[in-house]
Design a protein around this ligand. Structure first.
Ligand SMILES: [Zn+2]
Ligand SMILES: [Zn+2]
Length: 181
């Protein structure tokens, strides 16, 4: 196992929690494991950020440890309509309050760092998937592919206009053909 201090996506926040440090910078790269096989990474996603102590808002509350980071990267996806490859550049930012344990069960916005150790890799991965669009389009008005002749209707003309490809109309056509026989 790699020691914690050498794992760049695992950060020991204890120096901040204990008041020995005001902030800790971090940066690392990772490759999201995307289940969508139409999404391909040509290079790893970069993560840069810092954890820092934020002074308490009021005298009764405690100082907070915050972690903020930026994910930057690029991938290619397939257009949901015409299956052309779409290059995507992204930049997502996030900011979380971090605590070694939950003070109050309701605090879902707090990121946990058990024993002061924050798995920022996991947070970065979650941020990426939270932002991953469910579909990609090569352009807003992509006309897609004709299901009859397979031509990309953005660049080519459909050559199957005679044959019906709308499934509902296809059923109707079958009925009409039956009547004719
Ligand atoms: Zn398209
Ligand atoms: Zn066609």
């Amino acid at each position: 196992m790699i020691p914690v201090s050498e794992q760049k996506n695992i950060i020991d926040l204890n120096p901040i929690f204990k008041g020995d440090a005001k902030n800790i910078d971090f940066s690392f790269e990772f490759s999201p494991e995307c289940m969508d096989e139409d999404v391909n990474f040509k290079k790893p996603v970069s993560v840069t950020g810092k954890a820092y102590e934020k002074a308490a808002a009021s005298r009764n509350s405690e100082n907070l440890v915050m972690a903020e980071f930026i994910l930057r990267g690029e991938y290619t996806a397939l257009c949901s309509r015409c299956l052309e490859e779409v290059p995507v550049n992204f930049e997502y930012t996030a900011e979380y309050a971090v605590a070694p344990e939950l003070q109050n069960e309701e605090e879902s916005s707090v990121m946990l760092a058990p024993a002061g150790i924050l798995d920022i890799g996991e947070a970065a991965d979650a941020l990426f998937f939270m932002n991953l669009p469910s579909k990609h389009l090569c352009k807003e008005d992509c006309k897609g592919i004709c299901q009859g002749c397979g031509k990309s209707l953005n660049t080519e003309k459909c050559t199957c206009s005679g044959k019906n490809i709308n499934p509902r109309l296809a059923v109707l056509k079958k009925l009409l053909d039956k009547q004719e026989n």
